[in-house]
Ligand binder design. Sequence first.
Ligand code: HEC
Length: 151
Amino acid sequence: MGTFLRVMAVFVLVFVVFQFIPFSDKSNPPVDKKLEIKVPTKVANIFKKSCYDCHSNETKWPWWSSVAPASWSIIDDVVEGRKALNFSTWNNYSQKRKDKLKKGIYRTIMGPMPLPQYVLLHPNAKLTDKEINILRDWASDGKGFIKTSVR
Ligand code: HEC
């Protein structure tokens, strides 16, 4: 066998072996609508479009989330995303935590959220200026501004 074929064979073998490495569960826990965040429809629609795949129990898993190694990083984003903020279980948070998360939302939508690797594959999730304003207005309780340096 030529070197090229040997290298290719190793790649294919590694790829196949990857598929059998167990990783955390790709699942959606049951949704209790009573615990879900209650916000005006226009705010909810933006969260659903741009955030719910990582920050809710209603993740729409794309087919490539079943293929290692892509699946590892996607599942990890969802697990960590739900840990940081879960709109499906929002009402389990204390008022203090909700206030902190609203500040976090206000702050992160100007930068890292939704995550760039996600936007690359879901261009529609990218927030427009108008959507950012709607979310910031909500997160600041209509004040339009939060001092985010104080955490
Ligand atoms: C592709 C997955 C993904 C998407 C989509 C996504 N997030 Fe996140 N988000 C994460 C992960 C992972 C973390 C936790 C790790 C971190 O802080 O970087 C996180 C953390 C956060 C935090 C907590 C950060 C902090 O320091 O307080 C907030 C707030 C947040 N996201 C808001 C949003 C909002 C709002 C959207 C939609 C506009 C969104 N995210 C979309 C994956 C995602």
